[in-house]
Design a protein around this ligand. Structure first.
Ligand code: ASP
Length: 330
């Protein structure tokens, strides 16, 4: 179990603000951990952070930490703030190439010390999932996922959808891998199959020269131009309308086309929670196809941003429009 921070481990300070706190209080609030049927190692990273402060450097650090402890452990739980958990889970799904063990992210909407906390159930069930094996001893969920409020979601398909209800994560384009009630019901047909003999390999670099350009009616030319002219920028996630649609206004098309000609990768991701980008379905997306915008199909923005960082870091963008970790369906 790797503790990175987040509300789960926070307490209220004198000003009534939630701040990351010492990991020891988590263990004090969870005497159940002594009754687990397996051995638990705990790594508390210092300092614990609010996940708004997560950076790609943290993702590389966590991926390498998992690699370091990979052979001696059967599964991993990462305690993380909910705000950027979907980004972190996506990033780790790409970084952990050859993963054959569970990596389960979880967190909470209320600190573990609160009477009505959701932290206890989330954490205990995440541990149970990370240690779950089939009849021949293979892990049931050998992939990066998020467990939250009774649902196990593929990490690179999940989005934070709630800041007040306990039901904080959802995956509109891929069904839950498991649901936890009195028992945990796994759906093997939806889970990446376990393959023996795989070697974990961590790419040493992520390239953060990525931006997100979200369309809205009234988006002005100076804003688009200044973003596309950002020095060193390598890729843009273009958050379009509906099934991948964008204005057909001449200046907009010309700006994007010029940027692509200059080597920028433009990745079309819909602002909709569900459904997919189909460039050419409407006249308002045909121009994007014609100028070389790449279709994100049903990928989330969180997965698109981190996939671009990963592929740019590898120097090979050929896999941008194909699924590499179950993050999109063609
Ligand atoms: N701001 C917190 C974080 O993401 C929210 C949470 O953990 O739920 O670290």
């Amino acid at each position: 179990m790797i503790y990175t921070g987040g509300t789960l481990g926070m307490t209220y300070d004198a000003a009534g603000q939630l701040r990351p706190f010492d990991f020891a209080q988590i263990l004090d609030n969870l005497p159940e951990l002594d009754r687990l049927a397996f051995t638990l190692s705990v790594i508390a990273l210092e300092p614990p952070i609010d996940s708004s402060n997560v950076t790609p450097t943290h993702w590389l650090q966590w991926a390498n930490l998992i690699a370091e402890h990979y052979d001696s452990h059967d599964g991993f739980v990462i305690l993380h703030g909910t705000d950027t958990m979907a980004y972190s889970a996506s990033a780790l799904s790409f970084l952990l190439d050859g993963l054959a063990k569970p990596v389960v992210f979880t967190g909470a909407q209320l600190p573990i010390g609160s009477i009505r906390t959701d932290a206890r159930e989330n954490l205990i069930t995440a541990l149970e999932i990370a240690s779950a094996r089939d009849a021949v001893g293979n892990p049931l969920v050998p992939e990066v996922c998020i467990y939250f409020h009774s649902r196990l979601l593929r990490g690179n398909r999940a989005k934070k959808v709630e800041s007040t209800q306990f039901d904080a994560f959802y995956s509109e384009n891929y069904p839950p891998l498991a649901e936890a009630g009195v028992t945990i019901e796994y759906r093997p047909a939806l889970i990446s199959p376990y393959t023996s003999g795989r070697t974990l390999r961590i790419q040493p670099r992520l390239d953060d020269r990525v931006a997100v350009l979200r369309l809205f009616p009234g988006l002005s030319r100076p804003v688009v131009e200044s973003l596309l002219h950002t020095s060193g920028l390598r890729a843009v996630v273009l958050e379009t309308y509906g099934s991948g649609n964008a204005p057909t206004t001449g200046w907009f098309t010309d700006c994007i086309a010029a940027a692509i000609r200059n080597g920028l990768v433009v990745f079309n991701v819909s602002q909709c929670m569900g459904g997919r980008v189909v460039q050419g379905r409407y006249a308002t997306s045909r121009h994007l196809l014609d100028i070389g915008v790449r279709s994100g199909a049903d990928i989330t923005t969180e997965a698109a941003v981190t996939k671009l960082m990963y592929l740019l870091g590898s120097g090979d963008l050929t896999q941008i429009i194909v699924p590499i970790r179950g993050e999109m369906t063609l």
